[in-house]
Design a protein around this ligand. Sequence first.
Ligand code: HEC
Length: 195
Amino acid sequence: MRIDGMLTPTLALTLLGACGSSSSPSTASMDSGAGGAQTPPMGHMAVEAWLATGQYKAWHCEKAVHAARFPSPHGFNRICSNDLISSRATGTGSWPEGAAAVKELYASLTSTTPVGYAVYLKTAADSAAGANWYWYERVPLDSTVPHDSNGVVADGPGTTGTPLSICVACHGAVGSDMAHTPSPGGRDFVYTPVP
Ligand code: HEC
């Protein structure tokens, strides 16, 4: 697992101490290197393994694949929100630590197998201008979006690199005006909370 940069001390400690452990729901959000039922792990290999388990499909998912809602660059997609987001979808406050979403990326409206994924996880109660979110995206290798040899566009906290220059740059505008509020309840880096 990659643990780069600016993790909070608490998070870094729990990650380091976590292998193979399970614990109470309140701390489970951050303590497993493999992720959990409500929580994606961090780091390309771990995220891909976790996505393959399909646990997020038990979250609150949009019924159908749809075209991207402006200003999304994500193409055809389907969004799943975890319980922490879904249960507050119609609220107004910022999201709690552990808020997470998965976006399945599709080649077309009718395709049934995702060609890539975007994932994020809030790692502290304060968004800190995007720094306290973990950002991950993997696209097809022929995508025009900048990516590495694994198709990875972003993989890390929103403090540096593509998580900052791509993901935070746009998700930071959520709720700033009508154009950046495509879905009801969109706020604090979350464009489309699925109720
Ligand atoms: C130019 C703006 C823009 C950029 C850049 C962008 N996104 Fe998004 N993203 C959106 C919009 C708008 C939505 C909601 C789209 C919809 O409902 O169809 C969204 C949705 C998502 C979702 C589903 C949950 C939600 O908030 O709606 C995830 C997860 C996500 N993006 C992750 C990422 C990651 C990771 C990156 C960086 C690699 C990224 N996004 C870059 C605009 C952007």
